[in-house]
Design a protein around this ligand. Structure first.
Ligand code: NAG
Ligand code: NAG
Ligand code: NAG
Ligand code: NAG
Ligand code: NAG
Length: 671
């Protein structure tokens, strides 16, 4: 250090120079990259407004941007002068063309070389290739922001931050999230198109590498997302380049960096967010689904029967598909049958994950990307309505939520439709609740699953561009990913409605035991009937019992009735799943049972909506106290301000007063 080439700068000048400032080879700050001392390659470019665009929407491309002057990471330092610390922060944004999937991500990179011409795009993030990935001779440290789950690199999910050393198998990684001042873990969707900030701090004395992420409007969270013990003196060489690497894959995403601050000798300065260049205006969606009601009477137009075995195939037509002109617009989400065939080992019985009302589901691994998938084969004997059906699939594919099983695409064959989903390694929740093959799911996980599924339903009901009804919420439609997060699956029955319009009369679909009483009367599925099913599902998870299969109970008694009657008798502990062996938080258990009963209220107007359910589960809204001494009402309201709860006890009475016939009433009213 102490180099004569150091450009001295005056602190008072700082406020005047806002685009860039490269005052020392070992420390710099760029609020926008106009005039920045960067080496670009691949498709990376600096846009006229100073935005660094690492990739555009071209497929299978790499983009790199490195600070031209090598940084001195002095490895010959003695014990007295420990291997140096460094600190950096930058603001980035990932803009995905398809809102449901983004490829592949970007990485802050420290590397001995700026030459990545031999590296691969896609899941290699423009950093490594097949022959050098994992080699200690790479001397590469990367902090990846990865938006695809590659089982090959043991990725935890399709939205994570990871610390990579010479390899894409992360040393440590975590789902993208930050900790609020209250210590709450708040999830972030990396490819949501919004700027976010990442901080990387290394303390050489303690050998701690911290990685922290937050939305651009938040200040740096006190608690880092990742805090890892790591000795970088074994990784970094004397002269290293710092910068960014990014890659696209089979889908297009733009990766941007808006500003960057780096310091090898101390804490990096904060970026001035007001001076960062703006992102390009969001592209108008080409599709206007709000004008089309993407509904198809699935059951009516497509007869769905279970497909039986590979005997179906005529050998020479092994990979033949059905493809029509109108399908070209769905090009990207179309999978080739050949790939699905190879992925599933020819739909071998050993790959069979399960068989449901709609067809068989197989596990597979896509040949090129190594992505693990689940393929559902649905037979249909009609091409009628296929166009609408595919439009619906295409729309569902755009649904994106961490608690939904992602639909990736489809393939069509004569007499058959194949739906491709993300693979959920832990299978369906009902197996954990009701079968002895799987271990007991702890209360911690059950509560997380309930909250996750609630947030997925809220997303479907209120947060997407259209109201989506699930219509078949139940434990067997909730799948568990590698981290035991609950993911709502099977949108075979989902129908989409425009916001604000009345749901149309449809066939009653769903599962006995989860059907709201008004459904049999009106035949109309609503968000309220989904809430009802969710309520039954909550009770199912807490009690470990199927709603329509209650051994040792009077035949006509439902799960809801039973929980309610136990509650009135003051024997609420009797309903709790004995398999939990008492290991649960009583407050959470009570909350779940109460909210479950509220949701499965026979009178739709008395049910909370999913937003309220989330508030109850998060402890952000009060529920009434239980007073078991009042035998005719399950709850005595304590919170007069909370309207629906206030009338909860009486509304069961109201409901009967409205002369529902006894077989329509889900709950026996206290006489
Ligand atoms: C992306 O950038 C490259 C290099 O500048 C250019 O050749 C290509 O046309 C761009 N693609 C799109 C879709 O803009
Ligand atoms: C590296 O560290 C050694 C030992 O502390 C010191 O003598 C040398 O000047 C340092 N080199 C640079 C380039 O900072
Ligand atoms: C992988 O990259 C290394 C380092 O750039 C290069 O020497 C090697 O030839 C590449 N291998 C392949 C298979 O591309
Ligand atoms: C890393 O995070 C830990 C835990 O919050 C904190 O104690 C430590 O000071 C941080 N170190 C750096 C270099 O930011
Ligand atoms: C880098 O850290 C040193 C030591 O704390 C500080 O004096 C300097 O202003 C910092 N520079 C930048 C660009 O963050």
């Amino acid at each position: 250090m102490g180099s004569s080439t150091r450009i001295l700068f005056c602190l008072t000048m700082l406020s005047n120079i806002h685009f860039s400032l490269a005052q020392d080879e070992n420390q710099f700050i760029y609020n926008g990259f106009n005039g920045a001392n960067l080496h670009l390659d691949g498709i990376a470019k600096i846009l006229p407004n100073g935005l660094l665009q690492l990739t555009n929407t071209s497929l299978q491309q790499k983009g790199h941007a490195f600070y031209k002057i090598p940084i001195s990471f002095n490895t010959s330092s003695s014990a007295l002068t420990p291997f140096p610390s460094f600190s950096t922060n930058f603001v980035f944004a990932i803009v995905s063309e398809t809102p449901d999937i983004s490829c592949h991500g970007l990485a802050f990179t420290i590397s001995p070389s700026m030459d990545f011409s031999q590296a691969l795009a896609g899941q290699y993030l423009g950093l490594f290739n097949i022959s050098n990935v994992g080699h200690s001779t790479n001397h590469v440290l990367a902090i990846e922001l990865d938006t695809i789950r590659n089982p090959e690199f043991e990725d935890i999910n399709n939205n994570h931050v990871g610390i990579d050393v010479n390899n894409l198998n992360s040393v440590e990684s975590a789902p993208a999230a930050y900790f609020s001042a209250e210590g709450k873990n708040i999830g972030l969707m990396l490819p949501n198109g919004e700027p976010m900030q990442l901080w990387i701090d290394y303390d050489a004395a303690k050998r701690i590498l911290n990685v922290t992420i937050a939305p651009i409007r938040s200040s740096k969270p006190n608690r880092p997302l990742l805090s890892t013990q790591i000795d970088l003196s074994q990784v970094l060489l004397e002269k290293m380049h710092v910068g960014f690497s990014s890659a696209t894959g089979p889908l297009a995403s733009e990766h941007y960096v808006l500003g960057w601050s780096f310091n090898r000798t101390g804490p990096a300065w904060d970026l001035e967010t007001s001076k960062l260049p703006p992102l390009p205006p969001k592209k108008k969606k080409t599709q206007k689904p709000s004008n089309i009601i993407i509904i198809l009477p699935v059951a009516a137009t497509v007869a769905l029967v279970i497909f039986i075995g590979a005997a179906y195939f005529i050998r020479k037509k092994k990979y033949e598909e059905v493809r029509e002109d109108w399908e070209t617009e769905y090009g990207p989400q179309r999978f080739s049958y050949k790939n699905l065939y190879i992925a599933t080992n020819g739909f071998k019985e050993t790959e069979l994950l399960g068989a449901g009302g709609f067809g068989k589901v197989y596990r597979g691994t896509l040949p090129t990307s190594n992505l693990q998938i689940a393929v559902k084969r649905v037979s249909h004997d009609s091409t009628q309505g296929m166009k609408e059906f595919i439009a619906e699939i295409s729309s569902m594919r755009r649904l994106r939520h961490r608690n939904l099983v992602q639909l990736l695409g489809y393939c069509r064959r004569k007499g058959e439709l194949l739906l491709v989903y993300d693979y959920m390694p832990n299978g369906s929740l009902d197996k954990f609740l009701f079968s002895n093959e799987k271990p007991i799911l702890s209360w911690f996980h059950r509560f997380q699953v309930l909250k996750g599924v609630a947030s997925a339903l809220l997303y479907l009901h209120e947060e997407w561009e259209q109201v989506v009804l699930h219509r078949d919420v139940k434990a067997s439609n909730v799948l568990l990913d590698a981290d035991f997060n609950g993911r709502l699956g099977d949108f075979g029955l989902a129908r989409l409605y425009d916001h604000g319009t009345n749901p149309q009369t449809t066939h009653v679909v769903g599962t006995v035991g989860y059907l709201a009483p008004e459904l049999s009367r009106t035949g109309k599925a609503t968000t309220g009937t989904d809430v009802f099913a969710f309520g039954v599902f909550m009770l199912e998870v807490a009690c470990g019992r199927k709603p329509a299969d209650l051994q040792g109970l009077p035949e006509d008694e439902s799960l809801v009735d039973w929980v309610l009657s136990c509650w009135r008798r003051g024997a609420i502990l009797d309903v709790i799943d004995p398999k939990l062996e008492g290991k649960y938080l009583i407050e959470e258990m009570e909350l779940v049972l109460k909210v479950g009963l509220l949701c499965s209220h026979p009178f739709p107007a008395m049910r909370p909506n999913m937003r309220q359910v989330m508030q109850y589960l998060d402890g952000n809204a009060d529920l009434p106290e239980i007073d078991s001494s009042i035998s005719t009402s399950p709850f005595t309201p304590s919170n007069k301000a909370s309207e629906p709860l206030l009338s909860f006890s009486t509304s069961y009475g109201k409901c009967s007063a409205r002369s529902m016939s006894s077989n329509e009433s889900m709950l026996h009213i206290g006489h």
